[in-house]
Structures are given as C-alpha cells and as structure tokens.
Write a protein that binds this ligand. Structure first.
Ligand SMILES: [Fe+2]
Length: 381
C-alpha cells in the first residue's frame, strides 16, 4: 500500500519577491541559521532580518555551519537557541544550513536528548513544535531541504554521515525566492543542480514511485535539463535561476515522499569517507547507476520513457554530456587517492548497503556488485 503524501508544510511560497512574505509571518523571536558568509555578503541576511523586524520580531543569527554540518555544530547552535528562546527557527542557505537548523530545532525542543543516536531508530522520533516552528529559505537549487523531511548530519569525530528522515521535520514554512540564489557561484550551481536532477531521476525509478511523484519528477527533469546549463553559464539569468529553484523544489517533493536510490547511498558513503561534495558525488555516480539499474525491466522502461519525454536517445548519456558541460569529471580518479579508495571498498560496500536510500532502488546490488559499481565510478567505463 502507498504511503501518505505530504508535499510541504503549512505555508509554501515561491517565485520572485516571495521573500517579502516574511513580513506576514507571526513570530516574536527568530533564530536564523546560516552557513558561511555568502548570505551576509549578498545582503540577503540583512533583508531577511529587516522583514522580520518589520513584522515586529526580534532576530539573532547562528553563524558558521560548515559544508557537511557536524553534530558538534548542531549542539553549539542548540545552546545558542536555548539561551535565546526562539518561537521561529529559520534555515537560510544551502542544504547544510537548512539541515543544521532542522537538527538544532530537534535538540532545542528536547534538551533532554544529548546524542544523535537519541533520535535515530530504534528510538522514537520526538514530537516537535512545542516551542518553535521552522522556516527554510534555500540559497541553492538542489537539496530541497525546504520541502523535505530529512537531514544529513556528520559525526563530529569520524565525519561519517548520518541520514535521518521523519515527516515531523517537514519545515512549516518554505520560501523559494530566486533572488536568494542569484549570487551562487557556477561550481555550486552545477553541483547542487545535479543533486536536484539525481533526486528527480531516483524518485522516478524508486520502487515506491507513484502517479503524483512521477508528475513532479518528470517536470523537474525537463526543467533542469533546460535551465541548468543556462544558470551555470550566466548566474544572473533570473529566468533560469527561478526555473532551477522550482525544479529543485518539485524534485524534493517527489523524493521526500517516495525516497531515492543507490546514487544517494553511494554519494553519502563517498562523501563521508573522502569529503566529496554531495552534488558532485551524485553527478559522477548518476550515469553509472542508471546503467546498472537498466538491467531491471521496469527501470529500463522508466528511463526509456523519460528519455523520450525530454527528446534524447538515452538519459544516461545525456547526464554524462551535461556533466561535461558543467565541468564535472567523469569519475573520481582525480578527486580521491586510488590506494585509499580501493583499500576501503569493503567498508564502502557495507555502508552503502545499509544506507536508507538503498531499499527503494530498482535493484539491490549484492556485495560484489556494490564493489564493482564503486570501482567503475572510480576508474570510468
Ligand atoms: Fe541529494
């Protein structure tokens, strides 16, 4: 039986100037979580704070969330929140800032919980919203954390990525304003955009895919193929920026409901072990995994259908071509030391197998197939 679909929290705003919606949000004290200083440099943070002030709210900023947010950062932010006492938490930035905001929210609501394990299965996921609501404002067009129920937090010492999903974490308010994404550098545009494309293609092939998730994912694939090369070439192209942000949102709505596949299992693993950016790992892995999944008749039909829909012969080749256009390498050989990579094959296969995204992949690889996939993605075909 299908699972209930939830496409967003209670307020979903998108399009040009949707940021000004902040002025109508009811809140007294707002904690804004950001990553590096890009939201300060481009003036968006000041704008967000100004809008909240106009709405009569007091704001404070939690700074310095790193690219793969660690549990230590989550605890630091939680402490700041406990001292301030917000009734609204805002994640402003890329996936890292939004995921960190979500995680801080959990521990702010439940200071009795102290460790990441406390919220992971078999422990029950805690109820949220007794103290605050969550608002997400994405600055990249990729992770779609603004309409997703999941987070990825890294272990402070080992760096191993821990993924967790629960509908309780769906942000109450999502504001997708293309202006916030305008200053994104080309490399980040490329990598996060390929993350969004991976979300859409993995949601399509997911064993849980349904009519509605397909509608969302197909549109996302079409829009990304059209807009990503444009946004990459010219970051000031507002139309392309908007199309990418909305496509990322659609892909997010699809995958948060029907889950993903082994591109994500492998990307989480490689990201955790070798600190490769999530979108970059997705982009490199995607064509290899499509080829692998094509052995499954149902998946092969899905890839055939989407290829026809977007007017290409073969979607895997199209992804390769797009990677090339975006300056993304064909394999990991120049990014990771070979000896290190090969030495950890067994460990990587084991970790990818246990990743939450594996179970909805069209085919569950056996140990040998996992290793072969990792080797192919390293050496190329
Ligand atoms: Fe992703």
């Amino acid at each position: 039986m299908m699972r209930p679909m939830k496409l967003a929290g209670s307020e979903l705003m998108f399009g040009v100037n949707s940021l000004s919606y902040i002025k109508s949000i009811k809140a007294k004290k707002v904690s804004i979580v950001i990553g590096g200083n890009s939201m300060e440099k481009n003036g968006i943070l000041a704008k967000v704070e100004q809008y909240f002030r106009e709405a009569g709210a007091e704001t404070m900023v939690i700074r310095g969330v790193e690219p793969d947010p660690s549990f230590a950062t989550v605890m630091r932010g939680t402490k700041e929140m406990l001292a301030f006492g917000p009734d609204l938490i805002v994640g402003l930035g890329g996936g890292s800032a939004m995921d960190a905001a979500k995680a801080m929210w959990i521990f702010y609501e439940h200071p009795e919980l102290k460790r990441m394990e406390d919220i992971l299965p078999p422990n029950e996921f805690p109820k949220l919203r007794s103290k605050a609501r969550l608002c997400c404002i994405p600055s990249t067009s990729g992770t779609a954390s603004e309409v997703s129920r999941s987070i990825v937090i890294s272990d402070s010492e080992s760096g191993v990525k821990q993924g967790l999903g629960n509908m309780e974490m769906m942000p109450d308010i999502a504001i997708c304003d293309p202006e916030v994404t305008l200053s994104m550098p080309a490399k980040i545009t490329a990598e996060t955009g390929m993350d969004a494309l991976t979300h859409a293609l993995e949601a399509l092939a997911s064993t849980r895919a349904n009519y509605l998730s397909d509608v969302l994912a197909v549109q996302a694939v079409q829009d990304i193929l059209e807009a990503l090369p444009v946004a990459y070439q010219d970051g000031t192209d507002k139309e392309a920026r908007e199309k990418m942000l909305l496509a990322s949102m659609l892909a997010g709505m699809a995958f948060t409901n029907v889950s993903l596949g082994i591109v994500h299992s492998m990307a989480h693993t490689i990201g955790g072990f070798f600190h490769i950016a999530h979108g970059l790992a997705d982009a490199i892995l995607l064509p290899y995994v499509i080829r692998f999944n094509q052995q499954d008749a149902r998946a092969a039909r899905i890839y055939q259908k989407i290829s026809e829909k977007v007017g290409v012969k073969d979607i895997a080749s199209k992804v390769k071509e797009l990677n090339q256009q975006l300056g993304i390498p064909e394999n990991f050989s120049n990014l990771i030391d070979k000896t290190e990579f090969m030495k950890r094959l067994d460990e990587m296969a084991e970790m990818a197998k246990n990743d939450g995204c594996t179970k909805t992949n069209p085919i569950i690889p056996n140990m040998e197939e996992w290793k072969q996939l990792f080797i192919k993605a390293y050496e190329g075909e």
